[in-house]
Each structure stands twice: as structure tokens, then as C-alpha cells.
Write a protein that binds this ligand. Sequence first.
Ligand code: SF4
Length: 507
Amino acid sequence: MAKYKHYNYSQNVLIPLSLSEQIAPGTLEFAINVLVEERMDMSRFDAKFKNDETGCRAYNPKILLKIILLAYSRGIIHSRKIERECKKNVTFMALSCWQEPDHSTIAAFASNLKEEIKPLFRDVLLVCEEVNLLGGTEFSLDGCKLPSNASMRWSGTFSTLNEKKEKIERRVAYMLEEQIEADRREGKDGSEETRKAKHIEKLKKQAARIEKFLQENEPKPGKQFKEVRSNVTDNESAMMTTPHGTIQGYNGQALVDSKHQVIVEGEAFGWGQDHHHLEPVVEGAQENMKEIGKEDNYFKDAILTADTAYHSTESIKKCEEEEIDAYIPDKDYRKRHPGLNVKQSSIDSRRRKFSAEDFTYDEAADEYECPMGKRLKLSTKKAKAHGIVYRRYQADPRDCEMCTVRQGCISKKGERGKRKLLMIPIGSESRNYSKEMAAKIDTDRGREVYPHRVRIVEPVFANIRTQKRLDRFTLRGKIKVNIQWLLYCMVHNIEKIANFGPEFAVV
Ligand code: SF4
């Protein structure tokens, strides 16, 4: 017969625990502890506390920052979960010195780091520099779009939000009528009535919330002054297209140094298009380097790689102004590159589409006629894209919606959209930055340097999104979301210090 060890739950165990021994050298918690205690200037927080004469003692910001950084490194972003970890996880207990701040204290601390987050990020960056983790010669820029703490259901232009509000009000009016009718009838179901009354209250609150939003905000202007959708819950977030569908979210950007993949600048933007972000990120990085004692032109002659989403005249101009050796390919780069193996079928399918030659120009009306005999009217006299000046003609969406050949019609964007756009080039800007960049990328050096981007910046996002499990922002508003993004960037950099910094490395 098998013999097993006895076990008995009715016993008391006394385990001696040394808090300091739980924070072993070489671990991330050790690096967090040392950096917060010795390298970050935590006196910045002192002015926030007005309890020197009256009031109870506050939790030390060092303790709160340490547990938040440790929690983020383990993919724990919700303050209630962080609170639970401080009660049951021995590493959290050690790092918090057995203090148990509640979730509201943790949440309030994290969301009120507006003034302190950038200096704290720079403190960590300075340590990265001191332990020789920065190369300073090659950088890559990329971003990731993450959902915000706001529902797409509450998005829309001002007119659609107004319609939504009116629809809710009509629904409330209808339900109230129904309720009055039910009151007249005998044998009412009390619980049903209560449920309906609660629902009516909820709808009224929703309508009032939209009303308040419409009164307090202005429509958001987009490209060419066309209104873009606002969001009632978090109006600084935006609708963004991702490979996994459309989200309401923020775009977290990071500029990464190639030597050890340290993030030298991070910022979250409520704007999906990446090409708007190169300029502010480069300026932010310059500011950071200046603050840690580097020269003003730290990025001079440095290589900067970014993907096609950053390719714009403004981005290229900015890099040129800063004397940065930028490699930002245009959207046709892959097609021109023989080694990238773009599927021939996809190129062929694009070739089969109509081109501008298939459209007939009517000079008298200044309109084009499409192969199906429909008219495309002039919509923009002068539109600029990639250094070329165009005249833009648009088809009537009602014609295109029903068209049998719309799949093979012009413009990739229009293919999915409701109408087709015909862009007729009429000239170019005095200097075509886009073409110059395309020529630079097509050189042997361009083709050798640009692929570095993948190994420099992609692992950083893989680390933050997969290892640190950041899959959505939990705070609302750009400032708070930016705090959360920078905290993740800090955790990433601290991990680099823990792994590669000589003083922090595993012994
Ligand atoms: S999709 Fe529109 S523009 Fe294109 S051929 Fe059809 S009707 Fe004409």
C-alpha cells in the first residue's frame, strides 16, 4: 500500500521574515528600491503635503512609487489589485515595509504625478547614462495604440451626439407615457415598475451628460477643418484604427536608444496618425537630454529610423533642422525593395485598378467622368501630400455605394470608404522632401540602416505590451494617461538598469 506524508491544516506556523532579505540584489525590486531611495529626488513631493502642523501622517511617496513601479512591472495596473498585492505578496510587503495603502490612496498618487513624472523619468534616464546604457548614436521611434478608459459608444460628432441625446429623450418620454398608462391599470407589478423607474433615471442622466458635454465643449477640428468625433467620457482620446480594429484610445510613443533599448522620451497622444508625433517626441527627447546634462545638440548626426507612418514633409524637415540623419521610408518602399518579397499578387491586384487615365476630364465643368459614367466634382483646389500639390475630385457616395466595379476603382482609402477620390497632381512644393527621403532610403546605406528599426524599437513595445501586460490605459485625460505611459517607460528603463547596469546586475 502507498505511503504518503501526513498533512494537517490545523496547525500554526511562525515564519521569521526579514523584509530586506526579500529585496535581493540583482532583482528588479532591488533596482526600484535603490533608485527611489537614492537616485530620485523625492523631495519634490514635500510641498504637496500640508500636514506638518495638523493632520495625520501621510504614506511616504517613496513607498507608493515603489509599489506602483513593481506592480506595473508585473502587469498589475488596477489600484485595487495593487492594494491586494500589498496584503498577500511578500515582495510587495517588503517593498512597502509592510504598509498597506488602500486603493484610493494608490490611485490618487498615480494620477496626481503631473508635475513630478517627467523629472522622475529623467532621474532614471540619468542613471541609465551614468551606467553607460546610452549609445547616443542611433535611435528608433515607434508607437502603440491602446484603448482608453472610454467607450466608443460615447463618441460622435456634435450633430450625432445631439441626435443620440434626442433619441434618449424620446425613449424617456415614451417610457414615462408607458408608466403613466401602467399606473392607470390595475394589478401593477411593483418590482417591474421600480426597475423601469430606475432605467428612466439612468437614461435621463445619460441625456443630461451629453447635454452638459455639448454645452461645455467645442467640436474637434480634424484635417482640413472637417470635424472629427468627440468622446463624452474622455474627449482627449481619439478613434484610432489598429490592425485589430478601431479603438477609442491613445497612441503611446517612445524614442529608443539602440545600445540597450533605453527609452529616451515617451509621450501618449490622443491622435492616431503617427506622423504628427515625431516633432514633439524629438523636442521632448532633446529637453530630457539637456536636463540630464548633455549638450544642446545631442542628436546631431545621430541616426533616427521610423516606419512609413512617420513619413511626412514636416517630420523630414524637423529631422533636417535638428541635423538628424533620418531614415523614414515612404509607403512604396517595400514595393521598390527587391529583398522584401512583397506578394506579387497584391501588386498585380493594385495594378488592375482604375487609374487617373481611365477618367475623362470635362474642362467646361471642371469635373471628371468615371468609367461608369458618373461625375466626380472638384472638392479641393490645392491639397498637399508628400511634397506634391494636387487637385482633388470626389464622386457622389450614392453612386459609388451601388457601383459594381467599386473594388477595382481608384484610391485604396476610397475602396473601403463610401466615395472615390481622384487626386490630380498639379505641381510640387519647391523642394520635395518626400522624394529626397525615398532616394536616401533606396541607397545601399539606407537599405542597410533602416532594418535596424525592427530590432531597436519593436522589442520595447513587445516588453511593455506582452511582458508588462499593458493592454489598456485605466486613467482618463491626456495628462493622466501620459503619467501611466511614462511610468511604464520608467519600469522598462529600470529593468534595463537592473539587467545591465554594473551596480545593479545579478551577482
Ligand atoms: S466606384 Fe464610383 S467613381 Fe468608381 S467607377 Fe464606380 S461610380 Fe465611378
